[in-house]
Design a protein around this ligand. Structure first.
Ligand code: SF4
Length: 355
């Protein structure tokens, strides 16, 4: 990510903070996550999205109307699923977002099992979205067969690596390829080896997240998270490994952000409460495949459904229902280690930004 993009990001956050301080204005979120499909070709042990195909997903035409209605820029847009590359039109949806809401960063999460499709579409996106930084994050939760077992499908790891190396061979200056590992009950006993293995692949960035019980994963009653001690030990191992690594370009920035994130995760898990104010529903939001807008992936209560509001994002964003949910978030005691709300919550803290 170039210095110019960082300056633009910084300015955008300052403007957001200023507008938010004016109580009568409710600025657009800084970060919007779009789950474009629930459909998935894997059956991961820590996520049940694949069991819940959305009966009617937002179409390309509907996304066009939604992006047109936003009439403003959103700093960071994430596309996830299910597996987003199972949608034939994923590249068209991303390009529409680029054209209408001009994000500085586009982040796409994938399981990496569709090498030809992913490499082809990402290459097109890097060319069609020259003024944004595109990050493709591939999930790897184990080494070889262990990854297959956790992700519920045999023989996938070879395809994941084919995707990873294919993407790494694309040399676009606005493209970064990262690896994501979710620590869960199913891999925590091997986490030191997994971290070493993933870092040995030399990703542009490497992120570790803790499996959580969340409404968005339909796994609220599943025992997926490792014990507190295991989480803390895993994060310590990662932090030690990361200290020895030198990342380039975008990875350098992610690494700095992540250092703070891991400290935040440890404190949150230890104290079992929020340790920074949460701006979910104010600085960040999620759009689900059925058109529901959620403040975050944990609280199930929708701020509204965009299909019932004429595809008008602002009508929902400025509604009384959304204001009520924002107030509830301020007064309630929920806490989580979800990474997207964390980034925006943290970004809205000027002392942290200045570090
Ligand atoms: S603390 Fe977590 S669960 Fe609670 S509103 Fe914020 S993002 Fe959602």
């Amino acid at each position: 990510m170039g210095a110019l993009i960082m300056v633009k990001v910084f300015l955008k956050i300052l403007i957001f903070r200023f507008l938010k301080a004016c109580r009568w204005i409710r600025p657009l979120p800084l970060s919007l996550t779009l789950r474009v499909t629930n459909t998935c070709n894997l059956q991961c042990k820590m996520c049940n999205i694949w069991k819940h195909n959305a009966p009617s997903e937002l179409t390309l035409q509907e996304y066009t109307k939604i992006f047109q209605s936003i009439k403003g820029k959103i700093l960071w847009v994430t596309f996830d699923g299910g597996e987003p590359f199972l949608r034939d039109d994923i590249d068209e949806i991303v390009v529409l977002a680029y054209q209408y809401i001009q994000p500085h960063v586009i982040n796409i999460l994938t399981n990496g099992t569709l090498p030809h499709i992913i490499i082809d579409k990402v290459s097109t996106l890097a060319q069609k979205c020259p003024d944004t930084h595109i990050i493709v994050n591939i999930s790897i939760d184990g080494i070889g067969q262990q990854n297959d077992e956790i992700r519920g499908c045999s023989g996938i790891t070879e395809r994941v690596l084919q995707t990873y190396y294919g993407l790494k061979n694309l040399s676009y200056s606005n493209l970064s390829i990262g690896i994501n590992t979710t620590i869960s009950k199913f891999n925590v006993s091997h986490i030191a080896d997994i971290i070493k293995y993933c870092l040995s692949l030399k990703p542009d960035s490497y992120v570790l997240e803790i499996a959580e019980q969340r409404a968005e994963f339909y796994n609220i009653h599943d025992d997926v998270r490792p014990s507190l001690t295991e989480c803390l030990e895993s994060l310590d191992i990662l932090q030690r490994e990361l200290k020895q690594k030198v990342f380039k370009r975008y990875g350098k920035i992610v690494n700095i952000l992540r250092r703070h994130y891991y400290t935040f995760v440890k404190k949150t898990l230890q104290k079992k409460k929020r340790i920074i104010p949460c701006l979910a529903g104010t600085a960040s939001a999620r759009l689900l495949p059925n058109g529901d807008i959620w403040c975050c992936g944990v609280r199930e209560k929708p701020m509204g459904n965009i299909r019932y509001e004429g595809y008008d994002f602002k009508k929902i964003w400025l509604s009384e229902c959304s204001d009520r949910i924002r107030k509830e978030i301020q007064t309630e005691t929920c806490y989580c280690t979800a990474v997207n709300p964390y980034y925006t919550n943290r970004a809205c803290s000027i002392p942290v930004l200045m570090r």
